[in-house]
Design a protein around this ligand. Structure first.
Ligand SMILES: *[C@@H]1O[C@H](CO)[C@@H](O)[C@H](O)[C@H]1NC(C)=O
Ligand SMILES: *[C@@H]1O[C@H](CO)[C@@H](O)[C@H](O)[C@H]1NC(C)=O
Ligand SMILES: *[C@@H]1O[C@H](CO)[C@@H](O)[C@H](O)[C@H]1NC(C)=O
Length: 300
């Protein structure tokens, strides 16, 4: 009787313990684009908290070069390749949270490639691969999605330069609207000056940079009181030295409540007119209810 009652519980417990010993290294979200000379966090984390005892974390290049090793409770710079000696930083304080990410500073062109994060505990091991796909001199980032403001709203179109070029070396930033008829220069920044002479009338006093943000290499565009004619694709194009990069964004204009009401009213007016027309055509007299139902049915 005693055994019968407790055996299944024991089994359950040991199965649970076995599951708890295993872990999975989370996959990174995708390849990384890193500015030359900048820093990047190579992500690596596990879904379960692991005891530091017996924990080993190894970061290796695809070539086999050891980028960083954490073993016996500490980082082991002596076994690390000298290229990474003062550039790879392990977040020791994050280990307790199951986060074994690695910060790589002063990124060089030859850092491009795959990095394998291999995690060993007493019971199990798993790994993931992170790829630095591009090391770029100039990276321009915006927002990856389109925006749909209502007519009359103000919008911000993002454009920021992520590079280790000092902002004063950014020669030119232009915001263009691209449509089927060609390009319209909306706003221009040229050698430290905001040039508004080239802004066409339809954008005058409505399009501007955030002057305070320019020293931070943030060239986002403020477009005030959007109109239906503003819809289209906008490009932020940056030139610095021999390099150029861009980001694009689509602006769609949403119908405002007023528009929807007007459309509904139009629909309603059209419906009533059709009903009336139909009734007249059926030579409606007040007793002929069938005519009404017939006409309503045919409308719906
Ligand atoms: C791991 O730690 C680094 C540095 O603090 C942080 O940037 C990163 O977002 C953390 N990752 C996770 C999954 O918490
Ligand atoms: C750029 O400046 C705008 C306006 O202040 C702000 O909304 C946006 O978040 C900034 N972008 C970056 C990347 O800091
Ligand atoms: C914008 O960037 C894309 C890819 O980054 C490039 O193919 C394209 O030529 C650029 N456009 C301009 C006008 O520079």
């Amino acid at each position: 009787m005693y055994l019968k009652m407790h055996l299944p519980k024991c089994l359950c417990m040991s199965v649970l313990l076995m599951i708890a010993d295993g872990f999975v290294v989370q996959s990174p979200s995708g390849p990384l684009v890193v500015p030359l000379g900048g820093s990047v966090v190579l992500p690596c984390s596990v879904d379960t908290l692991l005891p530091v005892e017996g924990l080993e974390v190894e970061w290796k290049r695809d070539s086999g070069t050891l980028v960083h090793l954490f073993q016996d409770g500490e980082s082991r710079p002596e076994s690390q390749h000298q290229d990474y000696y003062d550039r790879a930083h392990f977040f020791t304080e994050e280990i307790q949270h199951g986060n074994f990410s690695l910060l790589l500073n002063n990124v060089r062109a030859e850092d491009k490639g795959e990095y394998r994060c291999k995690v060993y505990s007493d019971q199990d091991s798993d790994e993931n691969v992170v790829e630095i796909k591009y090391v770029e001199r100039l990276i321009v980032s915006g927002s990856n999605h389109s925006i749909s403001p209502y007519e009359g709203e103000d919008v911000t179109l993002s454009c920021s330069v992520d590079s280790h070029i000092p902002p004063e070396e950014i020669e030119e930033v232009s915001w263009k609207k691209i449509d089927k008829d060609g390009e319209i220069l909306v706003l221009l920044f040229h050698y430290n000056e905001i040039i508004t002479e080239s802004t066409p009338d339809q954008y005058k006093d409505r399009a501007e940079f955030f002057a305070d943000e320019i020293p931070k290499a943030n060239f986002s565009l403020r477009l005030k009181s959007v109109r239906n004619a503003d819809k289209g694709v906008y490009m932020c194009l940056v030139f610095a030295g021999d390099f150029s990069a861009n980001t694009t964004m689509e602006v769609k204009i949403s119908l405002s409540t007023l528009h929807i009401v007007v459309l509904l009213l139009c629909g309603l007016a059209f419906g009533s007119a059709s009903l009336l027309g139909c009734l007249v055509w059926r030579k409606f007299n007040s007793e002929d209810f069938h005519a009404i139902t017939y006409c309503l049915d045919s409308l719906i």
